[in-house]
Design a protein around this ligand. Structure first.
Ligand code: ZN
Length: 134
């Protein structure tokens, strides 16, 4: 069941785009830098001018960790958290199906998929872009 939506002052548009399965992040109108997580100004040039752009949905693995203890109801152990480098250059802390953990490697191509949380939120997750290792 969906609960009340809670947003920071800057991330409402992002979560609404995720809910539609088309995640958008901020992009600076002055210098073109992508901005994630959403914020008030550009970390590169401090401009407050920005647009929302849909991400390509592709990226690569930077690192990962598997938790063998459950900390949150939506993430039964074991669960694998991945640091993903989006092709846009921003780093997203996300997760991947635990069954894919054995095939993870640094720089392995991944792509976004969307998962529905028990609390009603849809979240961006990732999967191996080229399928499991043979
Ligand atoms: Zn900028």
């Amino acid at each position: 069941m969906a609960g009340p939506r809670l947003y920071s002052p800057f991330d409402k548009t992002m979560w609404e785009s995720v809910a539609e399965g088309k995640m958008k992040i901020q992009r600076c109108e002055e210098c073109g830098t992508y901005r994630y997580p959403p914020g008030a100004c550009c970390p590169n040039c401090l401009s407050t001018e920005m647009q929302w752009e849909e991400i390509s949905g592709t990226g690569k693995v930077l690192s990962w960790i598997t938790y063998h203890k459950q900390y949150l109801p939506a993430y039964p152990a074991p669960t694998t958290v991945v640091a993903a480098m989006l092709d846009e250059g921003e780093i997203l802390i996300t997760n991947i199906d635990h069954a894919e953990t054995k095939d993870l490697a640094v720089d392995r191509p991944i792509r976004v998929i969307y998962g529905d949380h028990p609390d009603g939120y849809r979240i961006p997750r990732f999967t191996l872009a080229d399928g499991p290792a043979s």
